[in-house]
Each structure stands twice: as structure tokens, then as C-alpha cells.
Design a protein around this ligand. Structure first.
Ligand code: AMP
Length: 414
């Protein structure tokens, strides 16, 4: 009896070579763009102490309430696979004393994240984000720079039908006074709300703006808006962010109902969506988090950041997996495997992309395989020694290995 097969867990997927090529392009484009703007790459561990997220992301959020992969290690410590990147970056900032570096500190990452969500197209349980964080600046130019960079990246990668929504959440004091009023509004109309929203009035009333339920939407249409309550300083900060975006030519819409699923945001909040995506239309988003570093035990440090989902960028750009890199030389052989092997290694040593026959095909089969691989040149080792073959005409002429390399180097663009 054969053994049953084992599949990848639900909501995860394998990155096969064709897809890896596309993802490498996203990573490379992000690295070029962000490094040119002064960002250094950071990679934090795939798992962290659970407390980092319960304290950093917020107890009332969907992420902490129901989406984390949490487990105990052999020392009875509670650990969690990272569901997002900002809290880990802030943890690393504090742990490595980066507040002593000249401000602002600019960091970016390209990492995998884990959320136990219901899988569907564009929503996975392991997914990748490219993200960027700036620590140590209150300046609205930092907010505008972050948004412009996210926009440029999405644009360069070909994301289609982009929409940028923008809001400000003001300071924590403004937000908590507003939240109290919002709760009153929701309680007054609680019989018109969906049961889920009703159950969360106390825990996270802002999320009611995200609901698709028609009754809840009617109630929210008449709800007070945080944007109308900003303090003069917060309003001035927001106005400057808007002016800088306008000057940069980045179109945006103000959306007073914008809320995001993380508790740490203050002031600027933004989200990119794509008309080319279905139900999961969010491509990326972020915001300012001026209290987070202090909340994690560090010195009071303002911060702002964003993250964009790699899978959704590729979906939105309509990019199809493309074959991996080509082959400059395929070495076929009839007689001397060792000479074929050495020829392949020599070619590689000289910077050429070379492969040889590895499965014992007939010469005819080897030539067919070279053709399938799209090899630009084919060398054949037979009774007459090393031959260079023209794949088009099928003619062969003897060469020595130095001639072969020189010829290929002249023909193959470096
Ligand atoms: P968030 O941290 O929830 O604001 O997510 C930022 C971006 O990450 C989103 O706009 C999506 O592009 C992507 N994202 C979030 N959750 C998932 C998921 N479960 N599967 C795939 N991409 C996701």
C-alpha cells in the first residue's frame, strides 16, 4: 500500500521557481527604492514573545483576539508567529538602543507573516509583506515621504487601479474622548447593529466603520467622525501632510471612516486599495504610531510605517509566473562525462549560465532537452572530443575549451 500524500497546510502555498522570479523582482525593486531613500534592511525573528503583540498591537484587535498562531515552547514561554512587522521592528529598535543613533532611523523589511484568517484569493495564513518604518520624527514630511514611497513602489511594480485613502486619528486624548461619544451613539442605536458589532461596542467601537452589514452602515452614516474633532496641532499636522502629497502629485481621498485593525495608530493613517482585486482589495497601508515605542518600554519616540502585501501586489499587477533565468550553454555528452562536467564548471567559472545532461538521455534526447531549456549554445562531447553545435543548423565544429569560453563570452551579454 502506498503512503498517503501530505499537503501544505490550508491557507499556505509553495513558492515554485516561476513565482520566485516575480517575488525576487518585488524584493529587488523595494530594496533599490528604499535604500536610495536611506532605509536599511532589518529582519526580525519569525516568532516573538506573545506579549509583544498583545501589548503592541492591542488586546482589542482582531489580530490579537483571534488570528495569532500562539504556542508554548518547552520552557513554558508563550510565543507567537509574527502577525505583523511594526511591533517587532520597534522591539528591535529598543533592544539595540537605536534611539542613540542620529534620528530618524529608517528601516525596511521583506518578511513572512502569519494570521489565522479564513483563506481565500489574496488572503493566506502565511503571507509576505514589504514594509518600512521611520523612528524618531514627528515631522509631517516623514508621513508624506512614507506615503510617497509606498505609492512609488506599488506604481513601479505595476499595481493597477490604485486608490489612496487618507485620514488622521489625532492624539490618544482626542481619540479616547471621541471613542466615548462613538460608544454612546452605538448604544443609542444598538438594536439596528449587527450582533458582532453590538458585541464589540466596548472593546473596539471604531471597527464598526468596517462593517458590511446594512443596518450597521446606516448607523455609521450618522456617527460622529474623529476627523471633525482634531486638535488644532493635529489638524495642522494633517494639513501639512496633505499639502506635501499634493505637491508630490500623489492623488488621495480623505476618508473619515478609515480604520485599520491595529490599536497603535495616532495621527496619519492611510490605505492603498486596488480596483483590480476582489473582496480583499487592500494592497497596503500604514500610519503613525507615536506611542508604540514607549508602550514597549522604550523612550518616547514617534514613528510611522507601512506595509504592502506581496501576493496582493502581484495579483493587482496581473503578473503571471515567468520561467526562471535562461541557459547560456548546455553540455551534452556521448562519451566522456568527466569532460562534460569540467566544461560545465569552466563555463560557470567564467560567469556563464551552464548546465549539463544529468539523467542519461540519448544524444537526441539531450539536444531536445537543451532546446526545451532555451539554451543559446550547445556543446557536445563525443568520440571526436569537444564540439560546438549550432542549435539552429545542427552543424558541429571542434573547439578546445578555451576557445569555447572565449566564443561564448563574446556572444553572451554580461
Ligand atoms: P495590515 O497589516 O493588515 O494592514 O496589512 C497590510 C497589507 O498586508 C494588506 O494591505 C495586504 O496587502 C497584506 N495582507 C494582510 N493580511 C493578509 C493575508 N492574510 N493574506 C495576504 N495578504 C495580507
Amino acid at each position: 500500500m502506498s503512503s498517503p500524500t501530505i499537503r501544505a497546510p490550508r491557507g499556505t502555498y509553495d513558492v515554485l521557481p516561476d513565482l520566485a522570479v516575480l517575488r525576487a523582482e518585488v524584493e529587488q525593486t523595494a530594496a533599490e527604492l528604499l535604500e536610495a531613500a536611506g532605509y536599511g534592511r532589518i529582519e526580525t525573528p519569525a516568532f516573538e514573545s506573545t506579549e509583544l503583540f498583545s501589548r503592541g498591537v492591542g488586546q482589542s484587535t482582531d489580530i490579537v483576539q483571534k488570528e495569532m498562531y500562539t504556542f508554548e515552547d518547552s520552557g513554558h514561554r508563550s510565543l507567537t508567529l509574527r502577525p505583523e512587522g511594526t511591533a517587532p521592528v520597534c522591539r528591535a529598535y529598543v533592544e539595540h538602543g537605536m534611539h542613540k543613533l542620529p534620528a530618524p532611523v529608517k528601516l525596511y523589511y521583506f518578511s513572512n507573516f502569519f494570521r489565522s484568517e479564513k483563506p481565500q484569493e489574496g488572503r493566506y495564513r502565511q503571507f509576505w509583506q514589504v514594509g518600512a518604518e521611520v523612528l524618531g520624527s514627528h515631522d509631517p514630511a516623514t508621513d508624506a515621504e512614507s506615503i510617497v514611497l509606498a505609492h512609488t513602489l506599488l506604481d513601479r511594480l505595476g499595481a493597477r487601479g490604485l486608490r489612496l485613502r487618507l485620514a488622521s486619528l489625532g492624539s490618544p486624548a482626542t481619540r479616547s474622548a471621541y471613542t466615548a461619544d462613538l460608544k454612546t451613539h452605538l448604544r443609542d442605536k444598538s438594536d439596528e447593529l449587527s450582533p458582532q458589532v453590538r458585541a464589540r461596542i466596548d472593546l473596539n467601537p471604531l471597527r464598526a466603520f468596517d462593517s458590511d452589514d446594512p443596518g450597521t452602515r446606516r448607523v455609521m452614516a450618522g456617527a460622529p467622525r474623529l476627523l471633525d474633532r482634531l486638535s488644532p496641532e493635529d489638524a495642522e499636522h494633517f494639513d501639512e501632510v496633505k499639502a506635501l502629497l499634493a505637491a508630490a502629485g500623489v492623488p488621495y481621498e480623505i476618508d473619515s471612516t478609515l480604520v485599520r485593525g491595529l490599536d497603535y495608530y495616532t495621527r496619519t493613517l492611510f490605505e492603498f486599495s486596488s480596483d483590480a482585486l476582489g473582496a480583499q482589495s487592500g494592497v497596503g497601508g500604514g500610519g503613525r504610531y507615536d506611542g508604540l515605542v514607549a508602550q514597549l518600554g522604550g523612550p518616547p519616540t514617534p514613528g510611522i510605517g507601512w506595509a504592502a502585501g506581496v501576493e496582493r501586489i502581484l495579483l493587482s499587477a496581473g503578473r503571471q509566473p515567468s520561467p526562471p533565468v535562461g541557459v547560456d550553454l548546455f553540455v551534452a555528452y556521448e562519451t566522456d562525462r568527466r569532460q562534460a562536467f569540467q566544461t560545465m564548471l569552466d563555463a560557470r567559472h567564467h560567469g556563464l549560465r551552464a548546465q549539463m545532461e544529468l539523467t542519461g538521455r540519448s544524444l537526441k534526447g539531450q539536444l531536445k532537452h537543451a532546446d526545451r531549456l532555451g539554451a543559446r549554445f550547445v556543446a557536445v562531447v563525443d568520440d571526436d572530443g569537444l564540439q560546438l553545435r549550432d542549435p539552429r543548423s545542427g552543424t558541429q565544429e571542434p573547439v578546445d575549451s578555451a576557445q569555447l569560453i572565449a566564443l561564448l563570452q563574446a556572444e553572451v551579454p554580461s
